[in-house]
Design a protein. Structure first.
Length: 192
């Protein structure tokens, strides 16, 4: 039986929240595996994704063009509240049915996109700040094929980089990272 997106998001959020809560303000300027983002910018991006995908679940307009500053005040608690709203939005009746977003993608595909962002960006933030992150295995099993299928279009849109070469013995999550263009072995200060 296929797991509901809301259940998968709840599991992913459970793994991402400790990473976000443990980021010190002194780490906000650190480099991340996403070359265009430092920790602060990546947190702002992840907040934007979480908020906009709440709207997409409810078939409302999303605005990815405007990037507010989310990393102010008690942003760690606010991130927890926003991920809880994300889970609730995708748990609403009909959230996984039909299409969502301007591209008219199947709603479940849209849900898998935010699931991938939440999981991969939690890894990015953990790597950048020296935190620990182990993704939920059910999440990895679900997002792996979905992100692989979306990868060609994501590369055209400059959302993913070129696939990073990995060996045959790599983990399923390392393959997910690699399909998005990330080096699973990335460390701060090392060449990406």
């Amino acid at each position: 039986m296929t797991q509901k997106i809301s259940e998968l998001l709840e599991a992913a959020a459970g793994r991402a929240l400790p990473v976000v809560r443990n980021i010190d303000d002194a780490q906000l300027d650190l480099r991340t595996p996403c070359a265009e983002y430092d920790v602060r910018a990546l947190l702002n991006h992840l907040f934007l994704v979480v908020v906009n995908f709440q709207a997409l679940a409810a078939r409302k307009e999303a605005d990815f063009g405007h990037q507010p500053e989310f990393v102010t005040g008690d942003w760690r608690a606010r991130f927890g509240a926003e991920t809880a709203r994300l889970v609730a939005a995708w748990d609403a009746p009909g959230a996984e049915e039909g299409t969502a977003g301007q591209m008219g993608l199947p709603a479940r595909t849209v849900g898998l996109m935010v699931l991938g962002d939440l999981t991969v960006h939690a890894w990015d933030l953990a790597r950048a700040t020296g935190g620990a992150f182990v993704p939920d295995p059910a999440v990895v099993e679900e997002v792996g094929p979905g992100l692989a299928a979306l990868a060609p279009q994501a590369r055209q849109m400059k959302v993913f980089g070129e696939p990073f070469p990995v060996g045959a013995g790599t983990t399923a999550f390392d393959r997910v990272l690699a399909v998005t263009g990330r080096n699973p072995g990335w460390r701060p200060g090392a060449e990406a």
